[in-house]
Design a binder for this molecule. Structure first.
Ligand code: COA
Length: 260
C-alpha cells in the first residue's frame, strides 16, 4: 500500500517500515500515526511477514518525537485522546505482536521516538543515535508509554533522571544501560538488524510468538509467569513443529517449520 509518510519494503519475509519525513526529523504527526497504525496491522495480517524493522529516513533522526506543531491546539480532552489512541493503535500493538518488531534507531529517538523504539521487542542503534524523553521541556510527561517502558528497561533511578531532566544520552550510554542491544555504524545498522531477524525467522513461528508473550508477561511484573510458561510449553509440545524440530535434530538436518 502506498503511504504518504512511510516507505515500506517486504524482502525475504522481513517488512521494513521507514518513517519518511526527514525534513521534520520524522516527527510523528497525525498522518504518520494513522499510517503507522495501518502498517502495524499489515504485520499482524500478512502471512508473508515473519518479522519487521522500524527505522527513520535520512541519517539524522529515527523519530524526533511527536509533531510539536500540533501541540498548540492541545487541551485536556484531545490530549488524553491522542495518548490513548497512540498507545492502543500503535505502541501496545507493536509490543504485543506475535512477530518480532525491532527498532533500528538511526539517529535522534526523542519523546515519541524513544517510546516507539521502546515499544519494539528490542533495539539496535547507529553510533550517532541519541535517546531522550524531553516532554518536561514542553510542560508534559511522556504519553506513549515512556514512563513505564523506560523504567522497565533501565530501572527506576536512571529512568527518573532522564525523564525529569529531559537530557539526551548517546548510543554507547544507551548500550551500557541496556536500552539498546547493539550499536552499529550508520551504514551497517540495517544489515545487522536484518541478520538477527534472519536467525529468528528460521525458528518455529508459534514458539517465537509464545516466547514474545512470555517475556512481555515477565516484564510487566506479573507474578504467575512461571505458570504461563508451563501452559505455553504444553501447548507447543502438541504442535507439528516440535516433531519436525526434534526429528530434524536427530536426522542432522535443518528443520522445515510450517507454523503448525
Ligand atoms: N516536531 C515538529 N518538528 C520538529 C520536531 C518535532 N518533534 N523535531 C524537529 N522538528 C523540525 C524542526 O522544527 C525543523 O523544522 P524547520 O526546518 O521547518 O524549522 C526540522 O525538524 C529540523 O530540526 P532542527 O531543530 O532545525 O534540527 P537541530 O539539529 O537543530 O536539532 C533536535 C535537532 C532533535 C535537537 C531538535 O529538533 C529538537 O529538540 N526537536 C524536538 C524534540 C522533542 O522535544 N521531542 C519531543 C516531543 S514530545
Amino acid at each position: 500500500m502506498p503511504y504518504q509518510t512511510l516507505l515500506t519494503d517486504l524482502t525475504e519475509n522481513i517488512y521494513i517500515i521507514t518513517i519518511n519525513r526527514p525534513d521534520k526529523l520524522n516527527a510523528l504527526n497525525k498522518v504518520v500515526i494513522e499510517e503507522l497504525s495501518d502498517a502495524i496491522n499489515e504485520i499482524y495480517n500478512n502471512p508473508e511477514i515473519k518479522s519487521a524493522i522500524i527505522t527513520g529516513s535520512g541519517t539524522k533522526a529515527f523519530v524526533a518525537g511527536a509533531d510539536i506543531s500540533e501541540f498548540t491546539a492541545l487541551n485536556s480532552e484531545n490530549g488524553k485522546a491522542l495518548a490513548e489512541k497512540g498507545q492502543k493503535s500503535i505502541f501496545n500493538k507493536i509490543e504485543n505482536a506475535a512477530k518480532p518488531i525491532v527498532a533500528a534507531v538511526n539517529g535522534f529517538a526523542l519523546g515519541g521516538g524513544c517510546e516507539l523504539a521502546m515499544a519494539c521487542h528490542f533495539r539496535l542503534a547507529s553510533d550517532n543515535a541519541k535517546f531522550g524523553q524531553p516532554e518536561v521541556n514542553l510542560g508534559l510527561v511522556p504519553g506513549y508509554g515512556g514512563t513505564q517502558r523506560l523504567t522497565h528497561l533501565i530501572g527506576k533511578g536512571k529512568a527518573m533522571e532522564l525523564i525529569l531532566t529531559g537530557n539526551m544520552i548517546d548510543a554507547n550510554e544507551a548500550l551500557r544501560l541496556g536500552l539498546v542491544n547493539h550499536v552499529a555504524t550508520q551504514e551497517n545498522l540495517l544489515n545487522e538488524t536484518k541478520k538477527i531477524l534472519q536467525t529468528i525467522n528460521s525458528k518455529a513461528p508459534l514458539a517465537i510468538a509464545e516466547a514474545i508473550a512470555l517475556v512481555n508477561y515477565a516484564a510487566s511484573g506479573n507474578a504467575n509467569g512461571l505458570l504461563k510458561e508451563i501452559e505455553a510449553f504444553g501447548k507447543l509440545s502438541g504442535t507439528a513443529d516440535v516433531k519436525e524440530g526434534a526429528t530434524a535434530f536427530l536426522e542432522k538436518r535443518k528443520p522445515n517449520f510450517t507454523g503448525k
